[in-house]
Design a protein around this ligand. Structure first.
Ligand code: ZN
Length: 413
């Protein structure tokens, strides 16, 4: 059964569609500029709707501007299995980020149809609205609205740099598409699977065509304000100073030591450090610095993040310190059963796989809150992404699609 479905996946058909999609917003340097709800995005959606129609897939949308193509199930009332990603790109994005997940879904469904598989549950290919968040920030708008994590009215009021609101850009996008029925937000989903390029170099380095994504790395960010006292660099004895730079750098060093001692997966970055008055002959009276802390394991992220205020307090010397947490997005782990299915299908198809966390965020983060979810990664050259040079091998893209097709058949049976 798995083999019969997999052999229907066409590497050339998938590749041709990827290259056709890459013309919508093509840049001179071989990349893609197809920002959310732009004319290029609308053209890509129209192309997708056309390909779906040729396969008998019904297109629909919802109030958030997500696009769905539905393969009807034997049980029309059963909650659908969803698969997809996003069609929008960064201003200087590549040909594969997002669009691969959507077209892998289409290719997988076409393979199921050709193999004569009639799933019990409907299968829907989805293109989530504005994943990237480059034109309208922050991104993940479609999947957050779908999962009920963000207010739709608030999303519609977000404006781009030209002052155009999401609501108006969405109206323009709809006008460029055939009329589509509107599905309710928050309808039940049986499962969600997202195929995506890895955007990191691990699969390529290990020569594994399939990544079984264990989860999505979480992130905590902080702003630390260290207050000392401005003083004359030539007349104030060291013991009497309240030097905010000395205190802040002691904190940074201790935070770095603590994180580095934890394990190899921790990401710790102080990317911004501002001293005041920032003058060569004045002892700094104030330093503000940022902390960006990431780890795929939630207990570790919690432990290290919770330690930040105490470490700063212990290193403050004669200065005072105030720590504010700005972002706390927990790490998540996809269900073990989903990961096991992906691993087993890859094994049955004789494609080597590797378990690995996603270091970047994806729409699957939101879907994970409402349905059993999983992700399939394929390698991309040098791990380069969000870049016009982004590249993935046709054979790897097809291998990921074969695993996806077999997985969809199982989840929808
Ligand atoms: Zn993406």
């Amino acid at each position: 059964m798995i083999g019969r479905i997999a052999e229907r996946v066409s590497e050339t058909r998938l590749w041709d569609r990827l290259m056709t999609m890459a013309r919508h917003g093509a840049t001179a340097a071989g990349g893609v500029n197809r920002q959310a709800l732009s004319p290029e995005d609308a053209a890509a959606q129209a192309t997708l709707i056309g390909w779906g129609a040729a396969l008998g897939l019904a297109a629909a949308t919802d109030a958030a501007g997500n696009l769905f193509l539905r393969l009807e199930g034997a049980d029309r009332d059963a909650a659908p299995v969803l698969t997809g990603s996003h069609l929008d790109s960064q201003p200087s994005g590549g040909k594969f980020d997002g669009v691969y997940g959507v077209l892998a879904g289409l290719e997988a469904v076409e393979a199921l149809i050709e193999a004569g598989v009639r799933p019990r549950r409907p299968i829907e290919i989805v293109a989530w609205m504005n994943e990237e968040g480059s034109r309208f920030a922050p991104g993940m708008m479609g999947s957050e609205a779908f999962a009920g994590l963000r207010d739709l009215g608030e999303i519609m009021r977000v404006r781009d740099l030209d002052g155009i609101a999401v609501a108006d850009a969405l109206t323009a996008t709809r006008a460029a598409l055939p009329p589509l029925p509107e599905l309710p937000l928050g309808r039940p989903v049986a499962a969600y699977v997202e195929a995506h390029i890895e955007q990191a170099p691990l699969l390529e380095r290990e020569a594994k065509p399939i990544g079984v994504v264990t989860g999505i790395q979480g992130k905590r960010t902080f702003r630390v304000e260290v207050t000392g006292e401005e003083a004359h660099a030539g007349t104030t004895p060291l013991v009497e100073r309240r030097d905010a730079i000395i205190a802040a750098t002691a904190m940074v060093q201790q935070l770095h030591r603590t994180c580095a001692a934890s394990d190899q997966q921790v990401m710790f970055t102080v990317g911004r450090l501002v001293a005041e008055p920032n003058a060569p002959s004045v002892v700094a009276g104030k330093v503000t610095f940022s902390i960006d802390l990431r780890h795929p394991d939630q207990p570790t992220l919690e432990r290290l993040g919770d330690a930040v205020p105490d470490i700063c307090e212990a290193a403050r010397g004669s200065c005072s310190v105030h720590v504010a947490e700005l972002v706390n997005a927990p790490s998540l782990e996809f269900p073990a059963s989903m990961r096991e299915r992906i691993r087993r299908i890859a094994r049955e198809l004789a494609v080597p796989s590797l378990d690995l966390p996603s270091l970047a965020g994806h729409d699957a983060r939101q879907l994970h809150k409402v349905a059993p979810s999983g992700m399939i990664f394929v390698p991309c050259r040098g791990g380069i992404s969000h870049n016009e040079a982004e590249w993935a091998e046709p054979g790897h893209l097809a291998a990921g699609t074969r695993v996806l097709a077999a997985l969809l058949a199982e989840l929808a049976s």
